[in-house]
Design a binder for this molecule. Structure first.
Ligand code: F0G
Length: 460
């Protein structure tokens, strides 16, 4: 036998499993109706394969579980804090660290410090919590991602790139002093888990240096971005994920991080900065919102797990298996003809709900509808990333985002390849009966981040 390409497999094995409940279709119909057709409001007990998010849903390693036992739960100056601080300094290179209970807490503190009322915050596509904190601090988010990112079928290898002409326009219009900072995400979540290239980041750094504008890095999925740079960018194929991550961070001035993603833990986050003044203010503010600056809302054991998780996330074999599994699912879905965002991203498959349900208007919530239908079909829980997630502008009008997507988010080190087959088959079954699917009407809408708690009913 002539074996040309060899399979990859996960660089770990299972030591413990969590049993899942299998449900019937009538049970799932009842459950989704009770949840107001919002997958966030389902009970996880009723879910078979949970692809709601890759946030806090990762499997920790035996080493991380072991480390929980040596967490130092001192209120002040915990040993575990110093381990987390040194893991961040060593692997990411940022100087000063503020732990927080998760990413949005870091966004809250950082936005309060760096944004003044009337400021502009340009970024490579919005993220829900990030933009909300920028707005609550008095800023206005402006999207400066390249146009290709808004087109689900465009195969640009770095759809997370910044369009410098768009940034230049904002600088000309408002003046550099009005720009609070560039809100720069690696592996842009809402674009479909799409990376920014090192070349683009270097250009952005040169431009912002000239105009004295900070770059604040949302580094929630930085290691996945580094994987794509290694695979796709000239001169980086021989560099390790660890080296690439370090280089990305070195081109920015500070960061917010949800450790619940890349860093392989169930809870945690931090803010980082290279500026003493910013740190000093953050160290003070964290006491108001989170806890003392040496724990910031985390238990000592959480900080132990983060310190190890950061190191594990930078392993080349880990990232290969991580993104490889997502690619496996994406290719299967493509084989069934399901329209997905291309290229396949880092943390999940994003199904193009507009393309799948062209008979629904955006006000009939195609992505929300599709997420509910997939749950009914198989108990697979996905998430809407479209008009519901985008929310309303400060003038009360709906945002109408060009992307209307259902996210099949893959937790790290949790599901098997056989699970991926079941997921793809379920999406295919819904795809086959797509023309018969009716939309939804919103019957309850909370004021903030409505996608978490909104309720819907089926249109007749
Ligand atoms: N930034 C990005 C890019 C994120 O994806 C998230 C969370 C946050 C910040 C906020 O972090 O949840 O720890 O407060 N994303 C989750 C998701 C919720 O499902 O995509 P957090």
């Amino acid at each position: 036998m002539n074996i040309k390409t060899r399979s990859w497999a996960e660089p770990y094995k299972m030591k413990m499993v969590e049993l899942l409940k299998m449900t019937t279709k009538p049970q799932r119909i009842k459950a989704i109706k009770e949840a107001g057709f919002n997958t966030f409001l389902l009970k996880s007990e009723d879910v078979y394969i949970d692809l709601l998010t890759d946030s806090g849903t990762n499997s920790m390693s035996d080493r991380q579980w072991g480390a929980l036992m040596i967490g130092d739960e001192a209120y002040a100056g915990s040993k575990s804090y110093y381990k987390m601080e040194s893991a961040i300094q060593k692997n990411y290179g940022y100087k000063y660290i503020i732990p927080t209970h998760q990413g949005r807490a870091a966004e809250n503190i950082l936005s309060k410090i760096l944004i003044k009322k009337g400021d502009i915050v340009p970024g490579n596509m919005y993220f829900t919590t990030t933009r909300l904190h920028q707005e609550l601090a008095g800023g206005t988010f402006e999207d400066i991602i390249i146009d290709e990112a808004h087109d689900p079928s465009n195969e640009h290898p770095f759809k997370g790139n910044v369009d410098l002409a768009k940034l230049e326009k904002l600088v000309k219009k408002y003046g550099a002093k009005k720009i609070a900072y560039i809100s720069l995400a690696t592996n842009v979540n809402l674009a479909g888990g799409q990376p920014i290239s090192m070349a683009n980041l270097k250009e952005l750094r040169a431009y912002t240096k000239k105009h004295q504008i900070r770059i604040i890095h949302d580094m929630t999925r930085v290691a996945e971005n580094a994987y794509f740079i290694q695979q796709r960018e000239k001169d980086y194929e021989k560099k390790s994920i660890r080296e690439i991550v370090f280089e990305i961070c070195s081109l920015t001035d500070g960061a917010t991080m949800s450790a619940k993603k890349d860093a392989l833990v169930n809870i945690g986050g931090f803010m980082a900065t290279n500026e003493w003044d910013v740190f000093e203010e953050a160290r003070n503010l964290v006491v108001v919102y989170e806890g003392l600056h040496t724990y910031g809302g985390l238990a000592g054991r959480d900080m132990e797990a983060i310190a190890l998780g950061i190191a594990e996330s930078l392993d080349d074999n880990h990232q290969h298996a991580r993104v490889g599994q997502v690619e496996y699912l994406g290719k299967k879905m493509q084989d069934y003809g399901i329209p997905i965002v291309k290229p396949i991203g880092g943390h999940g498959i994003f199904v193009d709900a507009r393309a799948m349900l062209p008979h629904l208007t955006q006000d009939e919530f195609p992505a929300q509808t599709l997420a509910a239908e997939i749950f009914i079909d198989s108990g697979v829980r996905t998430m809407e990333r479209g008009i519901v997630s985008a929310g309303r502008k400060s003038n009360g009008k709906n945002y109408y985002p060009p992307l209307e997507l259902v996210r099949f988010t893959i937790p790290r080190r949790v599901y098997t390849q056989a699970h991926m087959d079941v997921i793809a088959e379920s999406a295919a079954a819904v795809y086959q009966r797509r023309k018969t699917i009716k939309g939804l009407k919103m019957i309850y809408e909370p004021k903030y981040l409505r996608f978490f708690q909104a309720k819907f009913e089926k249109l007749k």
